[in-house]
Design a protein around this ligand. Structure first.
Ligand code: TRP
Length: 464
């Protein structure tokens, strides 16, 4: 059966706008901040390899499934799951999958906004020349000083949350379109400039080797599943913005004649490309200046400023870099808020404006816990055999990226491939019953769910 629903929230003006918006959602702090520090913490090349494997075997197929559901349901993720479940003769409780996503979105947005705040603080620090001629110790000290000050973190967190609320309150289309059209390519080019600088550093090749040549000896005293596979899987989901309904809601604004398969590949390629470029820009600097690759969430904030302090026009490039990173974070954060806001508009009959402020306020409140995680309330804990340093921030991060998103992804995979009728997915994907469709269906039925389940249960030690 062909679905002819439309979304009450509007539709993208063209397929390219969808690709831009979804790429804007995918490319963000996840690529430039989270990917390099996780790579550094979890063994370099081996982690990157597993990450790429997860993107191809689970990420892209699940992204296709999520867009498919969104476009077919044409509502917020909760109502979409509800409607589609009933239509396919399944339990309306599938709407709980939408709830899982909305809650994950709040938690991710709450800490995402705090980290985006660091980025804004760094716009000013680089712009005022704070890093000119500085070494690793100095940049580390400047970063530590920032995160030890909850008042400043709170200020920028509040500021960034306002930016997010502002765009969401106006509707994702106006404003956002312009932002992604120019700023994303600009960020890409600036990353290339950074890669150019990295090439001039002494240890460029070591950086490349670290990223691309898996060194299995570093894994000797690590657990492959909890130290490499689970974080890599979580990063694949986080970076592609899948598993919580963000891409689903964006899919709900996509026109019927646009190819979900093509779009998904373009988005995934751009997202992965930016992450890899960020890695190439950062690790040579890390090695050249004697920083620790496993330095944690501060990695880009202590490594890149050294480069900006050394390179010609560094103050200008540094300032520009953090501005563009802030925009990249901005086009991502709006997609975290959008599912909750559309639910409030559809089910609570609120105006978009009011819904955006209420939802944004909840995320802001939750963000206070992250603000305090790096100073007053910092504590250590262990999960799945790994130790974490930054208290609640790490709990939120692990809970969402490593648990909630993969769980959401598996449920999406099961729903689309085992429960929805074959004809519905054929109709929606527009691949007819071709070989491409059969490959997708095989992966989404068997490989993706099993992959996630095997990685997850091994990581928490259930099979050992
Ligand atoms: N993908 C974004 C990034 O890499 C973050 C993000 C936006 C996200 N929307 C999401 C992560 C939905 C998970 C789910 O910065």
């Amino acid at each position: 059966m062909t679905s002819t629903r439309t979304s009450i929230h509007g539709q993208w003006s063209s397929r390219w706008v969808f690709i831009l918006a979804a790429t804007g959602s995918a490319v963000g702090l996840g690529n430039i901040w989270r990917f390099p520090y996780l790579t550094g913490e979890n063994g370099g090349g081996a982690f990157v390899l597993v990450y790429l494997f997860c993107v191809v075997m689970m990420g892209i197929p699940i992204m296709m499934a999520e867009i498919l559901l969104g476009r077919r349901g044409r509502k917020n993720p909760i109502n979409t799951m509800h409607t589609l479940a009933i239509e396919e003769g399944l339990s309306p409780n599938w709407r709980l999958l939408g709830w899982l996503g909305v809650i994950a979105g709040f938690i991710i947005l709450s800490y995402y906004s705090v980290i985006a705040g660091w980025t804004i603080a760094f716009i000013f620090k680089t712009g005022m020349g704070d890093f000119v001629g500085s070494n690793a110790d100095q940049t580390t000290a400047i970063f530590s000083e920032l995160i030890s000050n909850p008042k400043i973190l709170l200020f920028w967190h509040t500021f960034f949350m306002f930016l997010t609320i502002y765009i969401v309150s106006r509707g994702v289309k106006s404003g956002l379109e312009q932002a992604v059209k120019f700023l994303m390519p600009a960020l890409f080019i600036l990353l290339l400039v950074m890669v150019g600088y990295a090439m001039s550093t002494e240890r460029f090749l070591d950086g490349l080797k670290y990223l691309f040549v898996p060194d299995f000896s570093v894994l000797a005293n690590k657990n492959l599943f909890s130290d490499v596979f689970l974080p890599a899987l979580g990063q694949a989901f986080f970076s592609l913005s899948i598993g919580m309904g963000a891409i689903m809601i964006y899919g709900s604004y996509l026109s019927k004649d646009s190819s979900i398969t093509f779009n998904s590949f373009v988005i995934a390629l751009a997202d992965t490309g930016v992450a890899i470029l960020a890695g190439i820009a950062i690790f040579p600097i890390v090695f050249t200046y004697g920083l620790e690759p496993s330095g944690g969430p501060g990695l880009i904030f202590v490594s890149l400023p050294i480069a900006f302090g050394q390179m010609p026009l560094g103050t200008f490039f540094g300032c520009l870099f953090f501005i563009l990173l802030m925009f990249a974070a901005w086009t991502s954060s709006i997609s975290l808020l959008e599912p909750a806001v559309t639910w409030m508009v559809e089910n609570r009959k609120m105006t978009r404006y009011r819904a955006a402020y209420i939802a944004g306020f909840i995320a802001w409140l939750l963000g206070l816990l992250t603000v305090l995680s790096f100073n007053h309330w910092a504590f250590k804990f262990s999960f799945a055999g790994k130790t974490y340093e930054n208290g609640l921030f790490d709990i939120f991060d692990v809970l969402t990226a490593n648990i909630m998103l993969p769980l959401g992804g598996v449920l999406i995979a099961i729903f689309t491939s085992w429960l929805m009728s074959r004809s519905s997915t054929i109709d929606e994907l527009g691949l007819s019953d071709s070989i491409a469709y059969k490959i997708w269906r095989f992966i989404i039925r068997y490989v993706a769910p099993l992959g996630v389940v095997v990685i997850f249960f091994n990581a928490i030690g259930l099979f050992s």
